[in-house]
Write a protein that binds this ligand. Structure first.
Ligand SMILES: [Zn+2]
Length: 335
C-alpha cells in the first residue's frame, strides 16, 4: 500500500522505530531468519513488511531503500525475482501446501540478484495445516540470506510451533495525535475536517479511517442506515434482506456491530454528545424503548460469529445468513 505522504519503500511513521531496530539488527549481522508481525487489520503490517523487503533488496540502502537502483526499480514494477509473496489464491481462501512447495524450490537456488531473498506470507494464519507444517521445515532449517516475514491479524489461528520460530513483534497503532496528523495529510480538505470523528469510528486505526472516508463506503453506510430504519419501522426482515445484501457484507457487519456497541454505551451513559454515530440517534432512541442491553450483546456476538466464519474462509450462504440475522435483529431489538 502506498499512501501519498509515504515515501516509497518506507514504513508508516508509527512503525519507524520497529523498522529502524530491524535495520540495525541486519547491519550488525543479527537479523533473525523469520519475523512475525501481528496487529489489527489496517495497522500497517503489510507496509512494514514491504519496506523491510525493499531495504534488503535495494542495492544502495543506507537507512531505507533508495527507490532508484535496479533492485528498487524491479520491486516497483512488481517483478523482483527475490521477493516471493505467498497469498491466498483469492480472498478468504486458505494458503495451500503447493504454494509453500513452489517457494521452497525457488529458495533452494541462489538469489537471482545475488543478495537476500524475502518471503512474505500473508496472512500467515491463512495457511492450512499442511502448508503450515511444510513452512515449519524452512523455519527450522533456514537457508542462507533468506528472510521470512509472516503477517497475521489472527494470532490465535496460527500454529504455535510456527509462531515460536519467528521473532514476533505486535505492531501498535499510532497515538491519537500522530494518527490525526497522518490522516489529515491523506484526505482532501473537506474530509480532513472530520479527521477526529473518522478516527473515532475507526477505533484509532488511521488506515481504516481512510477507507471510511471514501465516498463509496459513506454512501453504503447511509443506505444501511435507511434499511435499518425500514426494519425498525416494521418492514419484513425477509423482504429487506436483498437491500441489505447490496453493499459490501464485511462492512455491513462491521457497522451493525459498531452501532450496537455505540447504542449500548449511549444507553448506559445517556449522553448524546458521547455517541460515535450521532446520525443514529433517532434509531437509538427507538431501540431504547424496545430492547435491553443483554439482547444487543447477544446480537453483537452472533454478528461476530458470522464475521469469523467469513474471515476463516468458510463460505456460508450469505442470503440465508443475512435473513436470519435480520429476523434476530427484529426479535432482539424491536421487541
Ligand atoms: Zn534501491
Amino acid at each position: 500500500m502506498n499512501n501519498k505522504s509515504e515515501a516509497w519503500g518506507q514504513a508508516f511513521p508509527w512503525h519507524k522505530e520497529v523498522f529502524t531496530q530491524i535495520v540495525q539488527r541486519y547491519q550488525s549481522g543479527r537479523l533473525p531468519h523469520a519475523l512475525l508481525f501481528s496487529g489489527d487489520a489496517g495497522v500497517g503490517k503489510q507496509q512494514l513488511a514491504y519496506s523491510i523487503a525493499a531495504f534488503l533488496l535495494c542495492r544502495n540502502a543506507e537507512h531505507h531503500a533508495c527507490g532508484q537502483c535496479s533492485g528498487c526499480e524491479l520491486l516497483k514494477a512488481g517483478t523482483h525475482p527475490d521477493l516471493l509473496q505467498i497469498l491466498p489464491e483469492s480472498e478468504g481462501k486458505q494458503i495451500k501446501i503447493e504454494q509453500i512447495r513452489s517457494v521452497q524450490s525457488n529458495i533452494g537456488k541462489t538469489a537471482q540478484q545475488g543478495g537476500y531473498r524475502v518471503v512474505i506470507v500473508q496472512p500467515a494464519d491463512g495457511m492450512n495445516a499442511n502448508a503450515a507444517n511444510a513452512l515449519l521445515k524452512n523455519l527450522e532449517e533456514p537457508g542462507e540470506n533468506v528472510l521470512f516475514i509472516l503477517i497475521s491479524n489472527r494470532l490465535s489461528a496460527l500454529l504455535p510451533t510456527v509462531k515460536s520460530r519467528c521473532q514476533h513483534t505486535p505492531l501498535p497503532l499510532p497515538d491519537q495525535e500522530q494518527a490525526k496528523v497522518w490522516l489529515q495529510h491523506q484526505l482532501d480538505s473537506h474530509a480532513a475536517q472530520h479527521a477526529d470523528s473518522l478516527l473515532r469510528m475507526a477505533n484509532g486505526n488511521p488506515l481504516t479511517a481512510v477507507l471510511l472516508a471514501s465516498e463509496a463506503l459513506h454512501k453504503q453506510r447511509e443506505q444501511l442506515y435507511l434499511n435499518l430504519e425500514s426494519l425498525t419501522r416494521g418492514a419484513e426482515p425477509i423482504e429487506l434482506a436483498a437491500a441489505f445484501l447490496q453493499g459490501d457484507l464485511h462492512w455491513m457487519l462491521r457497522w451493525l456491530q459498531a452501532w450496537l456497541a455505540d447504542w449500548s454505551s449511549w444507553v448506559l451513559l445517556q449522553q448524546d454528545e458521547q455517541v460515535k454515530y450521532p446520525e443514529m440517534l433517532p434509531l437509538y432512541r427507538h431501540w431504547q424503548k424496545t430492547a435491553h442491553l443483554n439482547q444487543a450483546r447477544s446480537l453483537f456476538l452472533s454478528i461476530g460469529e458470522l464475521r469469523q466464519q467469513l474471515a476463516s474462509g468458510a463460505n456460508p450462504n450469505t442470503q440465508l445468513a443475512v435473513e436470519s440475522l435480520l429476523i434476530r435483529w427484529a426479535d432482539k431489538m424491536l421487541g
